[in-house]
Design a protein around this ligand. Structure first.
Ligand code: ZN
Length: 311
């Protein structure tokens, strides 16, 4: 885990209505809101982070909710499905829960020998609840309605749809240290053994698929995890050496980041474990206050009035 890519750090997607997003992820799916902040490039918009108790990398799904945004379209050059791992025997619980909450879903199916069900969040973002072959021992966040025996454990995988996978696969294998684990028809499963969980990227190759449009209900970027800034900058050199454009290091308050667009068209980020979500509020209070980066503290009062209520 020292100088490797340690699976998925977080995934960021775009939502419409903030309150619906909050209700779906905290109540229906039973995740914890671990940070309520604003989009650092557009402070009139929230940036909401959902995860486990600590906001552990590999469990964090984040959203920019833009009220009234048009719906995106799933397609090539996009991360198209987000897979959460859930415990064996929990799919019946989830089917009933999705029914009771009018969530759109497909009946359970199987891929790579793993049972899963697909559902759509309120903006049409495609999620999968997957029972992994090897039990996922991460400790979940528990709510009154979603107890430990059913709760999501964090990410299992991310699926990327691509017209031609070679160049993306090469980043995964030659730079990130992933290897091809299995293939079924046009789905290629890559895994890193640097970590036990959130370790899988599936590439689905569809030659004729039209490029997707990133808007409401779409994944904006996928962030991969590194231990610290020193390792982050080592990867910056490796990626720049391939001739890809990569940003300078950016301070995201809860982690340090670099962004680059992989050759298949998906925006990738590399993000550090440090400093983590307890840097500006204690673990037992994560998500309870509006947290602002220093440059927006002077407009806090305005933002607290203009940002929509989540409850
Ligand atoms: Zn990010």
């Amino acid at each position: 885990m020292e100088n490797t890519i340690n699976g998925i750090h977080h995934i960021t997607a775009i939502a419409g209505n903030a309150k619906k997003n909050y209700d779906f992820y905290t109540r229906v799916l039973g995740l914890r809101l671990v940070k309520k902040t604003v989009n650092f490039d557009d402070p009139q918009t929230y940036h909401l982070y959902y995860g486990d108790k600590f906001g552990t990398p590999g469990t964090i799904l984040t959203f920019f909710p833009w009220e009234g945004i048009t719906a995106g379209r799933r397609g090539a050059r996009q991360a198209t499905e987000i897979g959460y791992s859930v415990p064996e025997g929990s799919l019946d619980f989830w089917l009933k829960r999705l029914d009771a909450n009018n969530v759109l879903y497909n009946k359970p199916a199987e891929k790579f020998g793993e049972q899963y069900l697909t559902l759509l969040d309120p903006d049409g973002l495609k999620l999968e609840l997957i029972v992994p072959k090897t039990a996922d021992n991460r400790l979940p966040w528990e709510t009154a309605e979603v107890k430990t025996e059913n709760a999501t454990r964090g990410f299992h995988n991310i699926t990327i749809t691509t017209n031609k996978m070679d160049a993306t696969a090469k980043i995964l294998t030659d730079v990130f240290g992933y290897k091809l684990l299995e293939q079924h028809v046009n789905r290629f499963r890559f895994v890193t053994d640097a970590v036990d969980n959130a370790a899988i990227v599936d590439l689905v190759e569809v030659a004729g698929e039209v490029a997707g449009h990133v808007a409401g209900g779409s994944v904006h970027h996928v962030a991969f995890r590194v231990k610290n800034e020193e390792i982050l900058m080592q990867y910056r050199e490796k990626i720049a050496a391939l001739g890809l454009h990569i940003t300078d290091k950016i301070d995201r308050n809860y982690f340090y980041s670099l962004y680059f667009r992989e050759p298949g068209g998906v925006l990738f980020e590399l993000a550090t474990d440090n400093p983590g979500f307890s840097v500006d509020e204690p673990v037992d209070q994560l998500g309870s206050g509006l947290k602002l980066p220093a440059q927006y503290e002077n407009i806090r009062e305005d933002l607290e009035k203009s940002l929509p209520s989540l409850i």
